[in-house]
Design a protein around this ligand. Structure first.
Ligand code: NAD
Length: 415
């Protein structure tokens, strides 16, 4: 997985899109580079008394359409190019979802699995202490991502509020409900993904009630995907996995039992009544829908030809390499590209920003209905663009998003 540079992938995708849209070379150049990057060093006193210096980043990739928006990842293998790629994809995701926000992303190189809660809190607050001038409700609004959670968002919001004064709930989203979170944010990414799978199944003539599904990754995105696919559609979840490996059962896996097992043992592996599969094998299973919901670059030119799913719904960011894209497309697999499939999180984050600024909080039903409307419209615009230009779904998503960003840059007089 780590042989690939996700930012090179993101840039290749821009090149392809620039060619389809015949973009002017100066516009193309702007789109290929992040507008702003902040690199910080964070000295943290660990519980054993020693000081460890962590490296962190925050990137605002392109904010022509509004304040930057994007998660913060805590990961031991975080790299600046991963953060650049993710900030870039956020730009396209917000534009495609047609919400008035630009693209950003942040990260800290750390291993939260080896840190105490107190160390994580000190690290979260120190990060905000270094980046607070760079963020804000009208500038850049972070959110949770891999290995960060609502508690971490609450600490960060609290630290920002202490530094700038007042109750700054709108500085960050994905917060707990009691401090300005939105109802429906917890499972929004997976829920949005389900709405896109529902639309894709109509196009592919798949009866989701009889469908089999495999999910790679069992965190926020993956767990809720498995749970909602079962409750929404009655589909059978035949395989799920996490960083320690995967499990398979032709009879179907109960998503809650798998989560309970993971909470007790730190992995889904070993759930009674299931057999083990590797993460690689899971991707190649004979299923109707494959949902990569873990990390980048897992579907490559090496394994793409072995993928048997009819729909690949990319809940993770960047799970498929451009070379693999070509193979999936050639094999007639309907791909729901990442920044469409996983846009539910950022759409509900945007709803959270609206609720924070108005100080009026919506019922769950209202959040779900508005999410469905926004993401279904995005799916349809991608499908239409793919037919109009005779291009694949990822290229079509790029075309729709890039056209919107370029229109804003031109209208603002940037290019
Ligand atoms: P998470 O930290 O909650 O879960 C990550 C899961 O992936 C864990 O179960 C972990 O064990 C598993 N994992 C890690 N390495 C793996 C490997 N090599 N093979 C298989 N599984 C592995 O993270 P998340 O929030 O669920 O994010 C997952 C993906 O979804 C990421 O690509 C993220 O960028 C994307 N995403 C998440 C959200 C969101 O709102 N949570 C929104 C948009 C996109």
């Amino acid at each position: 997985m780590s042989d690939f540079n996700p930012f090179e992938v993101a840039r290749k995708q821009i090149d392809e899109c620039a060619e389809i849209l015949k973009l002017d070379s100066s516009i193309h150049e702007v789109l290929k580079n992040p507008m702003r990057e902040l690199h910080v060093s964070l000295p943290i006193r660990m519980d054993n008394g020693e000081v460890h210096v962590f490296k962190g980043f925050r990137i605002q990739y392109n904010d022509a359409r509004g304040p930057a928006k994007g998660g913060i990842r805590f990961h031991p293998e975080e790299t600046i190019d991963t953060v650049r790629a993710l900030a870039c994809w956020m730009t396209w995701k917000c534009a495609l979802a047609d919400i008035p926000l630009g693209g950003g992303k942040g990260g800290i190189i750390c291993n939260p699995k080896e840190m105490s809660q107190a160390e994580l809190e000190r690290l979260s607050r120190a990060y905000i202490g270094e980046i607070y001038r760079f963020i804000g409700p009208r500038m850049d609004v972070p959110a949770p991502d891999v290995y960060t959670n609502p508690q971490i968002m609450a600490w960060m919001m609290d630290e920002y509020s202490k530094i700038v004064g007042g109750h700054q709930f709108g500085v960050i989203t994905g917060k707990p409900l009691c401090v300005g979170g939105s109802r429906g944010r917890g499972d929004a990414t997976a829920r949005g993904g389900m709405y896109t799978i529902r639309e894709a199944a109509k196009v592919c003539n798949i009866d989701l009630e009889k469908a089999t599904i495999a999910v790679q990754g069992y965190g926020n995105a993956g767990y809720f995907a498995a749970k909602l696919a079962k409750t929404f559609f009655g589909s059978k979840i035949v395989a799920v996995s996490d960083s320690k490996g995967g499990i398979y059962s032709s009879k179907g896996i109960d998503p809650d039992a798998a989560m309970e097992h993971k909470s007790k043992t730190r992995s889904v592996v070993g759930l009674p009544g299931t057999e083990s599969v590797s993460n690689e094998e899971l991707l190649e299973l004979e299923v109707d829908v494959l949902i990569p919901a873990a990390l980048e670059n897992v579907i490559t030119e090496k394994n793409a030809k072995n993928i048997k799913a009819k729909i690949v719904a990319e809940l993770a960011n960047g799970p498929t390499t451009p070379e693999a894209d070509v193979i999936l497309n050639k094999n007639g697999i309907h791909l729901i590209p990442d920044f469409l499939c996983n846009a539910g999180g950022v759409i509900v984050s945007y709803f959270e920003m609206i609720q924070n600024s108005s100080m009026y909080y919506w019922e769950e039903k209202e959040v779900y209905e508005r999410l469905d409307k926004k993401i279904t419209a995005a799916y349809q615009s991608v499908l239409e663009s793919s037919k109009k230009y005779n291009i694949n779904m990822r290229q079509a998503a790029y075309v729709v998003a890039v056209e919107r960003v370029v229109e804003a840059m031109k209208t603002r007089g940037w290019v």
